[in-house]
Design a protein around this ligand. Structure first.
Ligand SMILES: NC(=O)C1=CN([C@@H]2O[C@H](COP(=O)(O)OP(=O)(O)OC[C@H]3O[C@@H](n4cnc5c(N)ncnc54)[C@H](O)[C@@H]3O)[C@@H](O)[C@H]2O)[C@@H](O)CC1
Ligand SMILES: [K+]
Length: 488
């Protein structure tokens, strides 16, 4: 059993792949072996996270997730714990593995209670796993979820926090808020995006003794984003070695957005950073960052630089977009550039045409911007973030960063990546502009669109994760922090 190691490129498998892996594995093993291994793994982790727990409630659902809970109860009782088992299943209708577990529970002399009572030192949530459907839990299931959450005890969820969907990270209104989740056989993508990160607590995985070749026979659904490798700057390098970035944005009243993106590109290691303000009379120098060079947009040579376009662009960005999209420059499109493209078919055609010319493009939408581009609602995007990001990447033949908890990086040529870094402290104005600038810096340094997005998104989130507790986190401070991780 392993804790997921932050920064490692773990493969993630959705429900279909997990079931196929499970079937292959089960065929090669004596009946009920996998569930018995699952129960033992749950019991071991329970002991590890709450070694002094005496009274343990194991809430078991009607399917095989419940069976795992029944198996765990047998071990925990054997190890001297007082187990309280409640079960929503019936012997006549439960799956075969679970019926076998129920009989073993009986043989071990453990009674199934109709209701949990008293206080508990640990709650084990074995109500629903990968068979969970996104309908609101009712009756006893809903009552027990609420009781688990209100228990005040550590909560160990088996395979998934009940109510969370394994593929999407979408959760029913009533769902378990686990302190730990033990994934079985495979890590599930839903734990790392949308509501998954808030529901799952610390994520563990036990592959139930399966051989590596069984686990790797199927391509995963996605990967967790890996910590970028630091590359040393050769002594014999100069500012031209790290490229030029031009930030186009900063329409009236939004100059700050362009300055944040430009500052981020600068601190992330770009050789030279230019700023083309859409309201070009507003600022001619940034005294905090005199390295930034302000230029009229028309004077910028897009053929020789990376362009970050849209930060604080308003509608004023529209006339510039045609030139940006038709240029060979690697381009990051953010915020208002995306909003304008969403309503303009000609620009959409230009955007799509870039791929055929091998021009690199990275889109960095938040869910509402993605929804506008897809002609959906933000809620639809959030209900299946992986699919939304992949659909956008296919439609515009480019790399897409769908921002939000567990940002998704998708591209037509790669399996999608879910980013594990970042936290709620990034929910503040301007942090998206900083990310756009950081992606621009990676492109300017020669990375592909997908690599640039993966590296910048990881670093951006990691900055927030290592931010001193209690210290304010604003977009401008994030820019300044960017030099800590730029490390080239
Ligand atoms: N069979 C096996 O070989 C193994 C199964 N495993 C466990 O089995 C789980 C999958 O088991 P199942 O496929 O039986 O699925 P689950 O146990 O996750 O749930 C299926 C049951 O829950 C009900 N249900 C689904 N959504 C509901 C909702 N919203 N409200 C109320 N009831 C709902 C279904 O009607 C069905 O009875 C895995 O997550 C894992 O915990 C593991 O033991 C590994 C081995
Ligand atoms: K569960």
């Amino acid at each position: 059993m392993n804790k997921t190691i932050p920064g490692t490129r773990h493969p993630l498998h959705g429900v279909d792949q997990t079931r196929r892996i499970e079937q292959t594995a089960a065929q090669a093993l004596p009946a009920h072996t996998l569930m018995q291994r699952a129960g033992l793994a749950v019991a071991r982790l329970a002991l590890a996270i709450a070694p002094h727990a005496q009274r343990i409630w194991i809430a078991c659902g009607p399917g095989n997730n419940g069976g795992d809970g029944l198996e765990a109860a047998i071990h925990l009782q054997r190890w001297g714990k007082q187990v309280v088992v409640t079960w929503l299943g019936q012997t006549e209708s439960a799956p075969a593995d679970t019926v076998a577990a129920r009989l073993r529970l009986q043989d071990a002399g453990i009674l199934v209670e109709s209701m949990p009572s008293g206080d508990f030192d640990l709650c084990i949530d074995a109500l629903l796993g990968i068979g969970s459907q996104l309908r609101e839990p009712q009756g006893l299931m809903a009552d027990w979820i609420r009781q688990i959450n209100a228990s005040g005890a550590p909560i160990l969820s088996v395979d998934l926090p009940t109510g969370l969907h394994a593929d999407t990270g979408q959760a029913t209104a009533v769902h378990v808020q686990a302190s730990h989740t033990l994934n079985l056989l495979t890590l599930k993508p839903g734990l790392f995006t949308a509501q998954g990160r808030d529901a799952a607590g610390t994520v563990w995985c036990d592959t139930l003794g399966l051989e590596l070749n069984v686990l790797t026979a199927l391509a995963p659904t996605a990967y967790l984003n890996a910590q970028p490798i630091k590359t040393r700057r050769p002594h014999a390098s100069h500012k031209g070695s790290y490229g030029d970035v031009a930030v186009i944005g900063g329409a009236h009243g939004m100059t700050g957005a362009a300055l944040l993106a430009a500052g981020a590109a600068l601190y992330a290691g770009t050789g030279r950073v230019f700023v083309g303000l859409l309201n070009d009379q507003s600022v001619t120098v940034d005294v905090r960052h005199p390295e930034l060079m302000f230029r009229p947009i028309q004077s910028l040579d897009f053929s020789a630089m990376t362009v970050v376009c849209g930060c604080g662009g308003g509608q004023a960005v529209q006339p510039v977009l045609c030139d940006v999209l038709s240029s060979p420059a690697p381009v990051v499109l953010d915020a208002d550039a995306l909003n304008v493209i969403a309503t303009d078919n000609v620009l959409q055609t230009e955007l799509l045409a870039r791929c055929a010319r091998q021009a690199v493009t990275v889109l960095t939408p938040h869910p509402l911007e993605a929804a506008r581009l897809l002609g959906q609602t933000a809620q639809q995007v959030q209900s299946d973030r992986l699919t939304a990001a992949q659909t956008l990447a296919q439609r515009f033949a480019c790399t897409v960063v769908l921002k939000g908890s567990g940002s998704i990086i998708a591209s037509p040529d790669h399996l999608p990546v879910i980013n594990p870094t970042g936290n709620g402290r990034l929910a503040s104005a301007g942090t998206g502009d900083v990310l756009a600038g950081m992606v621009g810096a990676e492109l300017a340094a020669g990375k592909t669109g997908f690599e640039a997005a993966c590296r910048a998104v990881y670093r951006h989130g990691a900055l927030a994760d290592t931010w001193p507790p209690g210290a304010p986190l604003t977009a401008q401070l994030l820019v300044l922090g960017g030099c800590d991780t730029a490390c080239r």
